[in-house]
Write a protein that binds this ligand. Structure first.
Ligand SMILES: Cc1cc2nc3c(=O)[nH]c(=O)nc-3n(C[C@H](O)[C@H](O)[C@H](O)COP(=O)(O)O)c2cc1C
Length: 225
């Protein structure tokens, strides 16, 4: 029987294994392993259950080539990764949009008083708490940052089965959006690139060991001195 201690060891081993991999071997990830990784993006949590995202597995070599100029942080990864995923976030997800209403419908809260009550809460949340309601940039940042949860989940899921990855935000957002729109992958009025993820198998081990701040500098309890 797998015990809790076994699982903790497996998860910790995955975190020790994971590192940002920039150059991959030519080994391909089997489709069922890719599907398993993508499922963790699909099933990730989102604020108010909005799921204001899409995950595009980029297969077209021409688009990859075009992206190289705009995505300096992904140059070798676009060339060598087994798979390359674009994390796309919705724009203008205001409290009064179909998108927000549909998230409530999905959760069985799409009618009558329940709907009105939730929408009023979201209106207040966006206007008074987040102060995003009338700021397209802030609204995009809100949905874009949620894609990072899916990004993290995919990286952990991959590492658990010995698949390498690298998160990517080293790119020119406007240029990448233009390229994706030109190739019909996104509708720029409604969505934009948030982040990217390369996946595959490392060509070689890292030259430098992983470095982190001491744990005591980042983990605190409220009664810490
Ligand atoms: C949000 C985010 C964006 C990143 N963008 C890039 C990138 O564009 N290109 C790249 O090579 N690495 C990128 N990285 C990888 C980081 O440089 C790397 O995770 C960090 O140096 C820690 O190293 P480790 O992942 O090997 O532990 C990014 C990491 C994060 C979390």
């Amino acid at each position: 029987m797998t015990t809790k201690e076994d699982i903790k060891k497996q998860v910790r081993a995955a975190f020790d294994f994971r590192m940002a991999v920039r150059v991959y071997s030519d080994q391909k990830i089997p489709q069922e392993d890719l599907d398993y990784i993508l499922d963790t993006a699909w099933l990730s949590p989102s604020s108010i259950g909005l799921e204001a995202w899409r995950f595009i597995v980029l297969e077209d070599k021409n688009i990859k080539e075009a992206l190289k100029d705009a995505a300096w942080g992904a140059e070798y990864q676009l060339e060598t990764a087994s798979h390359f995923i674009l994390l796309i976030a919705e724009k203008n997800a205001r409290y009064d949009t179909e998108s927000v209403k549909n998230s409530l419908v999905r959760r069985g809260l799409g009618e009558g008083e329940a709907l009105a009550k939730r929408l009023a809460t979201y209106e207040s949340f966006q206007k008074n708490d987040m102060k995003t309601a009338d700021n397209p940039r802030a609204l995009f940042d809100w949905t874009a940052k949620q894609t990072y949860i899916a990004l993290g989940n995919m990286m952990t899921a991959a590492a658990m089965i010995g698949i390498d990855s690298c998160p990517i935000e080293g790119f020119n957002y406007a240029k990448v959006n233009d390229i994706l729109a030109q190739h019909g992958l996104i509708n720029q009025e409604k969505e934009g690139i948030a982040s990217m993820l390369s996946l595959g198998y490392r060509l070689r081990d890292p030259k430098h060991p992983r470095s982190r701040k001491p744990r005591s500098e980042v983990i605190f309890y409220d009664h810490s001195e």
